[in-house]
Design a protein around this ligand. Sequence first.
Ligand code: SF4
Length: 367
Amino acid sequence: MKYVDEFRQSKVLTRQLTELRQSVTQRWVIMDVCGGQTHAFLRYGLEGALDDVLELIHGPGCPVCVTPAETIGDAMELTLNHHVTLASFGDMLRVPGATGSLLQARARGADVRIVYSPMDAVQLAVRNPAREVVFFGVGFETTAPATALALLQARQLGLTNFSVLDHHVRVEPAMRAILQLPNCRVQGFLAAGHVCTVTGFAHYEELVRGFQVPIVVTGFEPVDLLSGLSECVRLLEQKTPALENRYSRSARPTGNARAQQLLDEVFQVATIPWRGFGRIAEGGLRLRAEFQSFDARVRFSLESAVSDHDGECQSGLVLSGQIKPPQCPLFGNACTPDQPRGAPMVSSEGACAAYFRYAQTVEASSE
Ligand code: SF4
């Protein structure tokens, strides 16, 4: 398949791995920022194959994982107390909040539906004019434009029974927050290529200059990942922190102007809470005042109760790269994908789920 097969060729991968291993003089600590990259590193056995020469750690690049318990609490309140039809992506249903998960709410009779795009939620509202339909919209800058489009469509259709509980987050402020942690160990970043396709990546220059950390825009196939890693290692070895793009088939410095225009029209930058991080300055998007009538928080007078419901779950440490999932005492025994104790074990992009699923790959590759 074009654009896939050529990025998975074993001959190319073997050569890349050999060259990369030869170029390393110390065990650099490099963080990928995207859950898709985390899963690919583990799925293809790359982390295990490099573990003796590089330490790969994984950042907060899973939107379901970083959605805080209080936002899940808001969603629960909407379904259980305001009796709305709540439309959400599937992974969100299993994430535990302070009063349970949306899946449990559904078992108690709440009307919670799985949708595959925000437009499906708009269609639900069109087909059910007597029902209040709320779309639970989470995700990075990659999914926020689709939520923006849905809102514009709802406004054009004159819908009065549709609103959005939004928790869209921005990647760059989270990278900054990680670099500002007193015990930050990150020496280089692989930036998420798909996010850069929307936002561009020129704005990362400030992080590179301010923190003297190399950032390499990287894709998701194994050849992409090793290409990004090699470039990051080259910059670290030469002590020349810089911003480089190894995903040029998709990402440009200024990104996708149309998608950015959509985001600007509907959202404004806001300081919002992240699971495991607390509030991150400019870490997310909230609806502009012009779209207040579509804002579920306003329409249903939600007052998010601040919650630190993570309990024994160490998702904050996992999401900021301070520990790897197997270092959590609950990993693989009290916490599994069937019985998740925290969001990173639920989500298809969560680091704990990736380690659980591909643990044998890691062990086999590192032997
Ligand atoms: S293994 Fe489970 S309890 Fe531990 S950090 Fe991951 S999700 Fe949380």
